[in-house]
Design a protein around this ligand. Sequence first.
Ligand code: AMP
Ligand code: MG
Length: 320
Amino acid sequence: MKLRHAIERPTRRAALRAARLLRAGRLVAFPTETVYGLGADATSDRAVAGIYAAKRRPRHNPLIIHVASLAEARRLARFDARAEALARAFWPGPLTLVLARRAGARLSRLASAGLRTVAIRIPDDRVALDLLRRTGRPLAAPSANRSGGVSPTRAAHVRLSLGGRVSLILDGGPCRVGVESTVLDVSSPRARLLRPGGVPLETLEATIGAIEVDSATTEEARPASPGRLLSHYAPQRPVRPGASEPRAGEAYLAFGRTNQPATLNLSPTGNLAEAAANLFAMLQALDRPEFSAIAVAPIPQRGLGRAINDRLKRAAAPRR
Ligand code: AMP
Ligand code: MG
């Protein structure tokens, strides 16, 4: 019998099958440069409903729409000069733009949770782009894991988390960036950072000037009011970020050179891109019963460090 959750190398044959499944409204997990996505035909309410069901994701949380070209994106959303400049500078790449949705856009309402805006990006991954072109439709694709859990950066993580709920998993190897895309709201005159991610804030500001940062995403944010810090990206074991040393029984996820007993090290040389690429896989690897918790070394709050710290903070937030 054929396993429903078969993992396949992204051969031409597998890609053809994946595209056919997607056009038939089924779910296909595929690699992107950020994390593995759980893809569905974004023009179909029924297909998109399948994503929410498989992930057990709350329906008020809109999805990112993946497209293969800027021309396709322009058919779904309105681009002003600033959005054009951002798209030209960073697409394909780990930047999601929240834009005003076009009135006649052929897009499931459910995918953007009924909002008048839509979040779009072009992924920078050969397998993802090939799949988008073969399918010939925009794909809604959140991370391919149960809502609230650690994001998958390997095909095997997808199988662990979603098992038989997906028709096919395309295995493109480990994800290059390893954290989700940066989400930037440019639907109004003041650009707002909604989620730090694969394109650093500093890099975006060099292109369009000052960007408003939601206080919940800054280090200076006032003591957490529970509920604002939505638990997310959480392994089973508790996570303790900003730990200069482990306590007895804890796993220690180090960063840079250290004298501490590191169970694993995000980047022995202190490279933030390497740390981002390793983050989710190492959290998965340390999520073992022999450890009481996962202590994580302090990560500098600059460049990709902002995205890493955001994920760690949410991984450490009170569980739902
Ligand atoms: P995910 O698909 O899980 O990587 O998450 C997508 C992120 O983009 C979530 O934080 C969403 O809340 C956000 N998002 C998607 N669409 C919109 C939108 N139209 N307006 C604001 N945020 C959005
Ligand atoms: Mg996710």
